[in-house]
Design a protein around this ligand. Structure first.
Ligand SMILES: [Cu+2]
Length: 60
C-alpha cells in the first residue's frame, strides 16, 4: 500500500508496514455489514491477499 507522499492514491483507511515491522489501523464501523479489505502492493491482491470483514450488529 502507498504511504503518504508516495506515488498513487492514499486514503485514511489504509496503512503500510515494511517487512518485520508492525503497524496498526483502528477503524470504527458505523453499520453492520460485510466490508471488503485487500492489500494493494503490486501483485498481492491478485495473489489472494484480500478478504471480507463481517461486522455484526450490536446486541441490545
Ligand atoms: Cu500484501
Amino acid at each position: 500500500m502507498a504511504s503518504p507522499g508516495a506515488k498513487g492514491h492514499h486514503h485514511t483507511n489504509e496503512i503500510s508496514a515494511k517487512p518485520v515491522q508492525q503497524a496498526e489501523l483502528v477503524w470504527t464501523f458505523k453499520k453492520a455489514g460485510k466490508y471488503s479489505m485487500a492489500c494493494f502492493e503490486p501483485g498481492h491482491y491478485e495473489s489472494g491477499m484480500k478478504g471480507v470483514i463481517n461486522v455484526a450488529a450490536k446486541k441490545h
